[in-house]
Design a protein around this ligand. Structure first.
Ligand code: SAM
Length: 224
C-alpha cells in the first residue's frame, strides 16, 4: 500500500471513533468548548523554543506567511514580528474568535474561513505553515501538493508525536496491525511525492511533561 493510501485507510478506519474528523459541526462544537483555553491547555508553540527559532529562520526578512489551521494564533503571534503580511486559513469560527482576542500585533491578518483544500488556489506566500491541522484531511497528497504550490520559499509542517498529544495512524489488514506515527506517515507521503524534504525532531518540555514534535520542511514552487 502506498503512503497516501495508508493515510486514507487509517483515517477511514478511525473516523467512526473520531466523528469530528468528517463532521464540521462536531469539530466546531469541540473547538467552541476548547478554543477559549487552547493556549493554556495546548501550549506547544510557547514551549517549543528551538522549533520556533527554526521556523523564524525559514522566513525571509519582511517575508509573507500563509498559515493553515492557525487556531488561536499561537505560532502566528511568535512569527509576526519578522513578517510583512499574514494570511490564515482557519475553518473554525471559535478558533478565529480566539485568534482575534489574543492578537497583539499591529499587522492586519487576512483570514480565509474555510478548509485548506477548499481555499482559493491562487494563495501565495514565502512560507506556508501548517501545525497539527491535518487530522480532518483525507486526501493528504492533494493537501501537501497544494501547500508546495502556494509557497515561494518553503513549506513547514509541524506535527506532534506520541500520546497524549497525538494518536498514531493504524490499520488492520489480514490480521496484522500497521501503526505509524503521523509524522512518519507524513514523511512517507512526502517521499512518495518526490519532495526534497528535511526532517527535524525536537523534545519539548510542556508544563505537564516531556513531549516530542517533528518539523518537516521542503521547498515551495510558487513563482515570484
Ligand atoms: C490542533 S489545532 C492547531 C492550531 C494551531 N496550528 C496550533 O498549533 O496552535 C488544529 C486547527 O486546525 C484547524 N483545521 C482542521 N482541519 C483543517 C483544514 N482542513 N484546513 C484548515 N484548518 C483546519 C482547526 O479548526 C484548528 O483550529
Amino acid at each position: 500500500m502506498g503512503a497516501a493510501a495508508f493515510w486514507r485507510a487509517a483515517w477511514e478506519a478511525s473516523v467512526a471513533d473520531n466523528p469530528r474528523w468528517e463532521d464540521a459541526e462536531a469539530d466546531e462544537a469541540f473547538w467552541s468548548d476548547y478554543a477559549p483555553n487552547y493556549d493554556e491547555r495546548s501550549p506547544l508553540a510557547a514551549c517549543a523554543t528551538d522549533l520556533i527559532a527554526d521556523l523564524r529562520s525559514l522566513v525571509p526578512a519582511d517575508g509573507t506567511l500563509l498559515e493553515i489551521g492557525s487556531g488561536t494564533g499561537a505560532f502566528t503571534r511568535l512569527l509576526a514580528p519578522s513578517l510583512s503580511a499574514i494570511t490564515c486559513v482557519e475553518p473554525s469560527p471559535a478558533m478565529r474568535q480566539a485568534f482575534d482576542a489574543a492578537w497583539d500585533h499591529p499587522m492586519r491578518v487576512e483570514s480565509i474561513p474555510t478548509d485548506w483544500l477548499a481555499a482559493p488556489d491562487g494563495l501565495r506566500a514565502d512560507v506556508v505553515l501548517c501545525a497539527n491541522a491535518l487530522y480532518r484531511t483525507v486526501d493528504i497528497a492533494a493537501a501537501l501538493t497544494k501547500m508546495t504550490q502556494a509557497a515561494r520559499k518553503s513549506v513547514a509542517l509541524v506535527q506532534s508525536v506520541g500520546r497524549p498529544y497525538t494518536s498514531p495512524l493504524k490499520i488492520v489488514e489480514n490480521g496484522y496491525a500497521w501503526e505509524r506515527e503521523r509524522a512518519d506517515a507524513l514523511s512517507d507521503v512526502l517521499q512518495a511525492l518526490g519532495s526534497n524534504y528535511e526532517r527535524r525532531d525536537y523534545q519539548v518540555r510542556r508544563p505537564d511533561g516531556e513531549s516530542h514534535v517533528t518539523l518537516l520542511t521542503w521547498p515551495g514552487i510558487a513563482g515570484p
